[in-house]
Design a protein. Structure first.
Length: 374
């Protein structure tokens, strides 16, 4: 809707407008995944090149076209605290939820490992490359935006509903320039849908979901997990309906995604720490016991810290329901649902895990030095 609002100053973006745009993007991207499975490798390669070009073009255009540039004091030493928190440290920590949300897809490569040659090597290598690229591009991207913003105060109440669109408009001083830069960001959202359906299908194949036999089917003609992707698309469409009823509830659900991700990371890492990494299989990239345990402990400490602080209110004082942080409610609800499902179907899923271990053992070959290898 920000693309339309750029050319219509009097337009007031209503929830139903955002809802329609959301559903169009949901259906469009799902259609590509379900019916264009053979094009996905090409789409992934295109996305890699496209995202780097979009980063470079945006950074250069914003920095070059900005009428004025802020000094380093504004970028690195100026605090703008409009949250109501008296403590700037807590303001900073709770504000980390936004940049960490962008890292929610960091493990995206692990969602498609079953379609990857030599995943034991290529998946962690791809993850390391992704993180390195994200650090360089993300830092330089944010610096270019912060040095080029003209009116920081107007970002929050922009009529476009998207602060980034307002910033692009300020920097380029043209509607067309802002439109082009926002459009590049919009195009980049499409590939995010691919991994969701693949994860859903993998869980169903391992009998970890209700009606797994239906969602685990692969369409022989399309060569894709059509049923799983269709289910994911329908769930996304239904979740979008929440936005029509309550933007507060929808935003709470979205902000809770960071904490849910952190919990998903915490469980396996904490398990490794508790078991002193005894069950950790040695792969192509191995840190060793001492360094690996140190990294695991630091990760656990950070994740616990983040889970606690990201449950704090983002604005103070909390005087009404709209500025409450519902993360604990949403996460608690998900945990209850998961616990109930585990009690109902946990035994069946445990049997699936046991079969996987047996298959893995049968494929293990003992070489001359007595160490197992595959």
């Amino acid at each position: 809707m920000a693309l339309i609002a750029l050319y219509h100053d009097g337009l007031v973006v209503q929830p139903w407008m955002t809802f329609v745009a959301y559903q169009i993007l949901n259906i469009l991207t799902a259609g590509i995944v379900m019916f264009g499975n053979r094009f996905i490798p090409a789409i992934n390669k295109f996305s890699l090149v496209y995202l780097q070009l979009a980063w470079f073009i945006t950074m250069v255009v914003v920095a070059a076209k900005a009428p004025l540039h802020n000094d380093s004091k504004f970028v690195f030493r100026t605090w703008i605290n409009e949250t109501g928190w008296d403590n700037n440290v807590i303001c900073f920590i709770t504000g980390l939820v936004n940049p960490l949300y962008s890292l929610g897809g960091l493990d995206g490569i692990s969602h498609i490992t079953e379609e990857m040659p030599n995943p034991g090597r290529n998946a962690p290598l791809g993850l390391a490359i992704t993180l390195s690229i994200a650090f360089v591009t993300g830092l330089s991207y944010m610096l270019s935006l912060m040095f080029s913003v003209q009116n920081y105060g107007s970002l929050a109440d922009t009529h476009t509903g998207l602060p980034l669109a307002e910033l692009f408009w300020q920097a380029t001083s043209t509607r067309g320039g802002a439109f082009g830069l926002v459009f590049m960001v919009w195009i980049a959202l499409g590939p995010c849908v691919i991994g969701t359906g693949r994860v859903f299908w993998a869980f169903a194949r391992d009998e970890g979901l209700p009606l797994s036999s239906i969602w685990a089917r692969v369409n022989p003609k399309l060569g894709s997990p059509f049923n799983a992707q269709l289910c994911v698309t329908m769930i996304a469409a239904l979740l979008g309906c929440i936005y029509l009823g309550s933007t507060t509830a929808f935003n709470s659900m979205m902000s809770s995604a960071v904490t849910i991700n952190n919990l998903a990371y915490l469980v396996p890492i904490l398990t490794n720490v508790i078991l002193f990494r005894r069950t950790m299989r040695r792969g192509p990239f191995f840190m060793g016991q001492t360094l690996g345990m140190t990294v695991n402990i630091i990760s656990v400490a950070w994740l616990v810290f983040a889970i606690v602080f990201f449950s704090f209110p983002y604005q103070m004082p909390v005087t009404e329901a709209s500025n409450m942080n519902y993360t604990c409610v949403v996460v608690g609800g998900f945990l209850i649902i998961e616990l109930v499902w585990w009690l109902v179907a946990g035994a069946r899923y445990s049997a699936t895990v046991q079969r996987a271990r047996e298959e893995e053992t049968s494929e293990t070959v003992v070489v001359g030095d007595g160490k197992s290898s595959e």
